[in-house]
Design a protein around this ligand. Structure first.
Ligand SMILES: Nc1ncnc2c1ncn2[C@@H]1O[C@H](COP(=O)(O)OP(=O)(O)OP(=O)(O)O)[C@@H](O)[C@H]1O
Ligand SMILES: [Mg+2]
Length: 255
């Protein structure tokens, strides 16, 4: 029987932020994403979506639960051990421009990643950068442009090119299309679908836009107050939600 490879699995993740009052930002969150699959994460503002992303990338420590990447428990990894898996997980954010060094060209920005994380020589890196730009649908002339000389959509493409430069197994997009207009969103969505299939990358796609998630994702998690309240095939969950919160979320979007 064909068994798809689980790239990421989280088991009962709990994260409590303690400020003036306690917030359970992740309340026993269990989920998985397989290679070549796109998992949508939806929920209102403050429901814990970005906290999940930050926990998975180990930018924050969780209070309990485990994070399994390619079958290895990475929950407690530190320093050098953690550095080894940085290549396997990459993130793309809403604000692509500010994720780049504005003083450097797109080529130099991407080259920094290749220089640090691969053993390619200068010539090979240049070829790789050209190939990456082609993959995300940017012409070669963008190599010499600076981030602020690109449109929002083009910049997001460049950010995705940089994110896939190290051949990650998992790509996390946190509201990566939210700042773009509808036609740009559609193009990025098409590209992400292609990346998942052609490069066999697992994608965790965080968004508040149910319509986009419906069009892009294979499965979806609906989060509310840190809990997964519903999950399943994206079209089924979004077109025919069972949970009251998902129903409300859907109604609030389409009103
Ligand atoms: N570093 C922090 N310190 C204290 N509380 C935090 C911290 N980060 C997040 N939180 C709280 O955790 C909860 C979940 O936040 P999170 O950023 O994960 O939400 P989100 O679903 O990504 O929201 P949005 O759609 O607005 O991006 C919120 O109540 C937030 O205030
Ligand atoms: Mg967020």
């Amino acid at each position: 029987m064909y068994m798809a490879e689980k790239v990421l699995e989280t088991v009962d993740l709990v994260k409590i932020f303690k400020d003036s009052y306690e917030v359970k930002a992740l309340d026993n969150v269990s989920c998985f994403v397989e290679a070549g699959e796109i998992l949508g994460v939806v929920g209102e503002s403050g429901s814990g979506k970005s906290t999940l992303a930050r926990a998975v990338t180990r930018l924050i420590n969780v209070d309990s639960g485990s994070i399994i990447l390619n079958g290895n428990d990475i929950t407690g990894l530190k320093g050098k051990e953690m550095r080894k898996i940085y290549n396997d997980i990459q993130m793309v954010f809403q604000d692509a421009v500010s994720s780049f060094d504005a003083r450097l060209t797109i080529e130099k920005n991407i080259d920094e990643v290749l220089e640090n994380f691969t053993s390619l020589n200068r010539k090979q890196r240049k070829e790789k950068i050209k190939q990456l730009l082609r993959t995300v649908g940017l012409k070669e002339e963008y190599l010499t442009r600076k981030p602020l000389e690109l449109s929002g959509g083009e910049c997001q493409r460049a950010a995705i090119a940089r994110a896939i430069a190290t051949n990650p197994k998992l790509l996390i997009c946190d509201e990566a299309t939210s700042a773009l207009d509808v036609s740009m969103q559609a193009q990025i969505v098409k590209m992400l679908k292609k990346l998942a299939v052609e490069l066999n990358i697992a994608i965790l796609f965080i968004s508040h836009d149910l319509a986009i998630v419906n069009g892009l994702c294979d499965r979806v998690l609906v989060m509310y107050h840190g809990k997964v309240v519903e999950s399943g095939k994206a079209t089924e969950v979004i077109c025919n939600p069972q949970d009251d919160y998902t129903k409300k979320l859907k109604a609030s979007v389409f009103i």
